[in-house]
Design a binder for this molecule. Structure first.
Ligand SMILES: Nc1ncnc2c1ncn2[C@@H]1O[C@H](COP(=O)(O)OP(=O)(O)OP(=O)(O)O)[C@@H](O)[C@H]1O
Ligand SMILES: [Mg+2]
Length: 255
């Protein structure tokens, strides 16, 4: 079980000795259970990546805490990291190496045995339909192939919790479907999955529950049915646009 409790993140930057602060995430709370896919939705700059980076211990919350079972990001960074598979667009793969080599490298980094690495590679390469290109240099791969490689690397250690920032960004419909089908299957196997996206139909297809994040605030939280009922709407996209289109002044409902 993943639990985000009253998460707040303020970035502080100094420019020419002038302190500038951005409150990127404001008092955000949500949960995600094993077997469930939670979708964090929001426009550019809403605080999605910031929230996911806090979950993955890459940055520290300004206040609040995040729990995976009995561990939390403030006190148990190592335990949290070993339980999480994090995918982000910031991840740069070294183009000189092959997917196969990178999996061996990250498997060894995670202190996995050679046998376990082989088993895991076989599973992930098959599930993600990667077998045709695992011996090609990453430089020579398409965007979709690179994304699949990044996904496979993030899952080498068979983490319980999967945190994917915009996993289908830049992918064609076929590759996008193979990634979302894989995530659905993975959730059914009991994994806890959080994804961020601004692509509503991806979210609607695979997520069990949603949070709509606008300027760092969780404006909506719940299942599709709950959110639609709260907003007397029959379309998630309409609810989303209600928050971001100019001139819309609306009540905030929490499920
Ligand atoms: N390292 C940083 N230093 C200062 N401000 C930052 C930093 N990273 C993000 N921000 C700011 O925090 C806010 C939230 O950014 P974040 O990247 O979390 O949004 P996002 O929802 O992931 O957006 P996108 O859809 O564009 O990826 C933005 O105002 C952004 O400018
Ligand atoms: Mg982002």
């Amino acid at each position: 079980m993943l639990r985000v409790e009253n998460l707040r993140k303020v970035y502080e930057n100094r420019k020419k000795n002038v302190k500038k602060t951005v409150e990127a995430v404001k008092d955000v709370s949500f949960e995600c259970s094993p077997g469930e896919i939670f979708g964090l939705l929001g426009p550019n700059g809403a605080g999605k990546t910031t929230t996911l980076r806090c979950i993955s211990t890459l940055i520290k919350p300004t206040s609040g805490n995040i729990f995976i079972d009995r561990f939390n990001v403030l006190d148990d960074e190592k335990a949290i990291r070993s339980r999480i598979g994090f995918l982000t667009s910031d991840m740069k793969l070294d183009g000189f190496f092959t997917p196969d080599y990178m999996m061996n490298y990250f498997g060894a980094l995670n202190k996995m045995s050679k046998k376990d690495i082989e088993l895991r590679k076989e599973y992930l390469f098959n599930e993600l339909q990667m077998t045709d290109f695992i011996q090609k240099k990453i430089d020579k791969l398409s965007t979709g192939m690179k994304q699949k490689t990044a996904i496979a690397i993030s899952l080498i250690h068979d983490p319980e919790v999967i945190v994917f920032d915009e996993p289908t960004n830049g992918l064609d419909v076929i590759t996008s479907k193979s990634v979302t089908d894989f995530l659905k299957k993975y959730a059914q196997a009991g994994k806890t999955i959080v994804i961020s996206t601004h692509i509503m139909n991806v979210a609607e297809k695979i997520c069990d529950r949603f949070g709509i994040l606008i300027e760092g605030e969780m404006k909506e939280l719940g299942s599709l049915k709950q959110i639609l009922e709260n907003n007397s709407s029959n379309n998630l996209e309409d609810v989303f646009f209600g928050y971001i289109l100019p001139g819309t002044d609306r009540e905030v409902n929490h499920a």
